[in-house]
Structures are given as C-alpha cells and as structure tokens.
Design a protein around this ligand. Structure first.
Ligand code: X8Z
Ligand code: ZN
Length: 609
C-alpha cells in the first residue's frame, strides 16, 4: 500500500487481537506462545489489512495538508499521525515474524514478508523514541520544503527559482552563488539526521535486521547482498557510455568556461551542469551540442508558442494515457491537486503523486514550471497515479509496484514517447526534423538519462554506508563527495566547510525516500519502451518510436500494472517483456548511434576522472 509515491513506502501497521495472547496481562509475565496455525496467519493478515485501511486515509490526509501548507499546526498533526502509522507498522512487522515457522500458503507468506520488509524507517518499540523519530522525520521534510537562500533579510529565494537559474544561466559566479546558497539550508539538518539514523537503526534491529541498510536492500525479492551485486552489474553495463558522455561534456564545458574552471583531468565542478545536484544535464545541451546546426525541438519554446499553461500541460499528459486506453483522471484529481506553487505559504514543491484513499482520490503535488523538463515530470507523476489506480483492486498489502523502480519507471516510459512525431500529431510542432538530426536529439536525452545513472546509484551507496555505520557522522560530507567523484566524476566547486551537510540539500535525504528506485527506473524504462514499441507494431528506430494511440501497448502495460506487488518483480517483468532480468542493453541500444558519435568527438581528448 502506498499513498504517496515519493515519500516512504509502506508504513503500515495494525494491532491484532490474535497476538495479544502473547502477553499474560494478569501477571505481566510473558506466557508461552500458543501454537499458531496457517488459519491464524491468514486471519492476522486479513485483520492487519483492515486496520491499515483505517489509519491510511487520515495519515495520508495529514501528510498532504502539511506538505501543501507547512506550519506549526500542520507539522504537529502530520507528526502525530505518522507516529501512529509507524509504531503500528513496526509492531505489525514484529508480529508477522511469529509466523516464520508456520507453514502457510505462498500468498500469505508473501504478505507476511511484505509487512516486515516494506518499512522505510522502522520505529523503535519505546514510545518516546518512536515519537521522537516521527518528529524528526516531519521536521526534516519541513526544513527542506521551507528552505530558502537569503542574500539579505528581505531578499530570499526558494528552490524553484534557484533551480531555474541553475538551468538557464551561463554566468559561472552566479551559478556558484546559487549552488552554495541552496546548501546553506542543510547544515542544521545534520544533527537531526544523525539522530534519525540511530533511532531507525534501533527499530530495524528490533525487527531482526542488522540495520536500515540491510532492510532497504532486502526488499527486492532476492537476498540483500545479491541485490547489491545486481546493481553493480547494471552500472558496469552503462559505465563505458557514461565515461564517453562525461568526456565530451567536460571538454565542451572547458571551452565554455575555460580550463582553469574546468580542469580536463579532474571531475567536473558540480555547479556547471545545468542542475542543482548535477543529476541530469539536459539543460546544458546548448553548450555541448554538435557543431553543425542540427534542428532539435525545443519543447519549452513549443509550449510557450502554443500558450500551454500548467493545467493544459497536465491535460495533454492525461490524454497520452487516455490514448493507450486508460480511463481519464477523476474530477477530484483536477479539484484537489496542487499544480502551481501557492502564494503566501510554504509548501514542499518537490513533485509527488498521491493516492489518498487507496482507490480514486488521486492527486499530484507540483510547482509546475512551463518547461519541457517539467512536461516530462508531469508524465512521470501521472505514471504513478495510473499505476496506483491499476492496482486498486488488489489487497492492501499488494497495492504497490512490483519493486519501487517499476513505480518510478512508468511515467518515464510514456515520456520516452514524446517524440517529434508525437509532438507534430498533437500540434505542438509543425514539422518533424529529419533523421540526420537524430544525434542532437539523442544527445539531449542522454544528458538527462545516461548522466543520471551514476547519481541514481550513489545516493543510496552513501546512505547504506551511513546506516551501517561504515561512515560516521564526522565523515558524512566527505563520504558524499568521495562517492560523487567516484561514480559521477563530479566534484564540489569550492572547499566544503566543516559543518556542510550537502546530502541534506537533496530532497530524498531529508524526506527519507530511497533512491535506488530511480537508478532501476532508468534501466527499466528502456526495457519497457522497447517491449511496448514492439507490441505497438513500431517500425521506426527505437528512439523515434512513440506508442501514442496504441491500445495494444496500453493493454500490455496495464496487465503488468494491475498485478501490483502480488507477484515478484521478476514475474511482473516477465509478464510484460517475456524476460525476468533487468538489463541495461535496452538503454545502450537506444543510444547506440550516439556512442559512435561521442567516441569520434573524444578522439585525442583526455578522458577519465
Ligand atoms: O523525485 C523524483 C520524482 C518524484 S518521485 C520527481 N525524481 C528523482 C529526483 O527528482 O531526484 C524523478 C527522477 C529522480
Ligand atoms: Zn516518482
């Protein structure tokens, strides 16, 4: 069950009468455990789901109210309900373990396992500690959401405006100011984060996990250590391509800003890549594009030319899903979503998709900017909503994606079909650039998709080390930059001060959203795209394929989505693609023509970092 796709995953719980018999209330002594049967297990699971239903809606509502209006009262409400949910979740997970040695049917076993494995920050049993953990969780989210950089007391900027500067400005000093400015938000988070890790680790140990890293890595239908190996395998597939892209980008940035600013034998300074976190680089396409003038569609410009406002952008995205055969979004979606940043109050602008009642109360929360980048994010968010609706008839514990990477991949898969052909079909452009321009188009997309891959990996590589204690609080920031350099070949543009806590300046760290899901999504979306293009009867090169209008593709996609988490992700993947392995060949094949071009550009250059 998952209400909001971007915060914690399942935080479920229930107190089940069945198990209170473990405690002899008259004497206060623990009685010997009764023999539990498979019927007891089923009843436990059924009761659990009922209780979960009850708490789910109020807690999701409190969270919605908080994030769309951050103040002391909404914070208190949200922390209160999140404590209820997480202490119940943890208690449920512990009770589920009582059935470890009971022979039960596979369906009940899966549900019991999900109860134990799907927690993100398990609460310790001690009520004060549990309440403290919820308070910290809620405070960190609020600190990020209301974070501002103030030059003077009356001259402040929020993240949305600062991000716009990061994407458009080519003034190195200004970029550096924005980059440093936003990172002033996070030092006060550090002590809280440290405490949060300690408390959640205690909760994880009570559940029999070594620490939260063990818990997070263990929720992928395979042993935790095997999953880590699987990630390394996938990254190994993509790395040569990333290295080629990195080499070209560094060289062109050197031409733009000078090699004193961009030394050609070192990682790239993080403020020059068109994004606050240097996680996707599409915004610097103009700097790194091929020298011969290739015609690449500027979606931001096309939206402006055709007077698209925020709502029209969302309507257009909805109509893509409708063309695949999905029902239109309910009226309540249009009435209740937050599309635009409201005036006069703080909100969490980071985009998210919500399912408040586990049925039809779907919403997105965004502060939409009228750009091509945000047009893709809208599709991303709607992908979550359509997934949520597709699995709404599953039992509560299966109301989730096959693994969290699947949830993140669906909207992106659809957005890969925003091709020139599609843009022409919906009237956003007048003509389709011919195939000789494809390198430009592929480069622009690779700057977002390939460049993202090592970032998608390193965030949790850092967190896993923090959770396991391998990285101590004194080294939080140092370890962060070591991983940034190692995986991304990106470095801090200035020496970081001793109180810096740069991980806290990335939403998912204070919000405790696991990040490996995005790494997986970047691999999976190309696998999904390939399959859906084949099903739609596409004959164009894969990077020109749009599944727009293909009911057959929509049906195949829906068949997987409606499974929710009822089966392993390997089974879900097989249902759609015929193969149960995650495989980066699809992303590599998609960009293959670009690889040759990059290799040519890089001849004679020093590559590597
Ligand atoms: O957080 C998101 C989505 C919401 S689930 C907008 N993304 C990651 C990020 O912004 O860091 C999408 C791509 C990566
Ligand atoms: Zn998402």
């Amino acid at each position: 069950m998952l209400n909001k796709y971007s915060l914690s995953a399942v935080m479920l719980a229930v107190s089940v009468a069945l198990l209170s018999c473990n405690q002899d209330s008259s004497s206060g002594k623990t009685a010997s455990k009764p023999m539990l049967s498979s019927d007891d297990a089923k009843q436990f699971v059924d009761n659990a789901q009922l209780e979960l239903e009850k708490i789910s809606f109020p807690s999701a509502t409190a969270s919605w109210v908080y994030q769309t209006n951050i103040n002391q009262d909404t914070a208190a409400l949200s922390a209160y309900l999140s404590e209820k949910v997480s202490s119940l979740s943890s208690s449920l997970a512990k009770q589920a373990a009582d059935f470890n040695n009971v022979e039960v049917d596979p369906d009940t076993r899966r549900k019991l396992d999900l109860m134990r494995n799907s927690l993100v920050l398990p609460a310790p049993a001690n009520p004060e500690k549990s309440a403290r953990l919820s308070q910290i969780t809620s405070d960190l989210e609020g600190m990020y959401g209301s974070g501002k950089y103030c030059k003077t007391e009356n001259d402040c900027m929020g993240l949305t405006d600062m991000s716009s500067v990061m994407s458009a400005s080519r003034d190195e000093a200004l970029l550096l100011e924005m980059w440093q400015g936003w990172r002033q938000v996070s030092p006060p988070m550090k002590a809280l984060y440290e405490e949060e890790v300690e408390l959640a680790n205690e909760g994880a140990r009570e559940l029999g996990f070594t620490d939260i890293s063990d818990l997070w890595r263990g929720s992928y239908d395979m042993p935790a250590d095997d999953f880590a190996v699987e990630l390394d395998r996938l990254w190994g597939q993509v790395k040569p391509f990333y290295d080629a892209l990195h080499c070209h980008v560094r060289a062109e940035l050197g031409n733009e800003y000078g090699t004193d600013k961009v030394p050609q034998d070192q990682p790239i300074p993080a403020h020059l890549l068109g994004n606050m976190w240097a996680q996707s680089w599409g915004n610097i396409y103009d700097i790194v594009k091929p020298k011969q003038e290739l015609e690449v569609i500027d979606v931001t410009q096309a939206l402006a030319d055709h007077n698209y406002d925020e709502i029209k952008m969302v309507k257009q995205a909805e109509s893509f899903f409708s063309s695949l055969g999905f029902e239109p979004l309910p009226d309540s979606f249009w009435e209740r979503s937050q599309f635009v940043k409201p005036e006069g109050r703080d909100v969490v602008c980071h985009a998210s998709a919500w399912d408040l009642d586990n049925k039809d109360d779907l919403r997105i929360k965004m502060c939409i900017q009228k750009t091509g980048e945000e047009f893709a994010v809208i599709h991303h968010e709607l992908g979550h909503n359509y997934y949520q609706r597709a699995y709404k008839n599953q039992p509560l514990l299966y109301k989730n994606s096959a693994n969290d990477g699947f949830h993140e991949a669906i909207g992106d898969t659809v957005a890969l079909s925003i091709t020139p052909k599609y843009l022409k079909e919906i009237g956003l452009v007048d003509s389709i650039p011919d195939a000789s321009n494809d390198i430009g188009m592929l480069l622009k997309l690779a700057l977002d998709k390939i460049a993202f891959v090592p970032f998608g990996l390193m965030v949790d590589q850092w967190r896993w080390k923090v959770f396991s204690g391998e990285v101590k609080p004194a080294d939080y920031n140092k370890a962060w930059w070591e991983l940034r350099e190692k995986y991304q070949g990106v470095m801090a543009p200035v020496v970081r001060s001793s109180d810096a806590f740069d991980p806290g300046a990335k939403y998912h760290v204070p919000a405790n959203t696991p990040y490996t899901r995005y790494f997986l999504a970047h691999i999976l979306q190309f696998q999904f795209h390939k399959t859906l293009c084949d099903i739609s009867g596409n004959t164009d090169p894969i990077h020109r394929c749009s599944i727009y209008g293909s009911k057959k593709a929509g049906e195949a996609l829906n068949n997987m989505l409606e499974m929710g988490q009822s089966k392993t992700w390997q089974e879900a993947l097989t249902t759609l693609t015929g193969n149960g392995e995650m495989d980066a060949s699809a992303i590599l094949d998609y960009f293959a023509p670009l690889k040759d071009w990059l290799d040519e550009q890089n001849q004679g250059r020093t590559c590597g970092f």
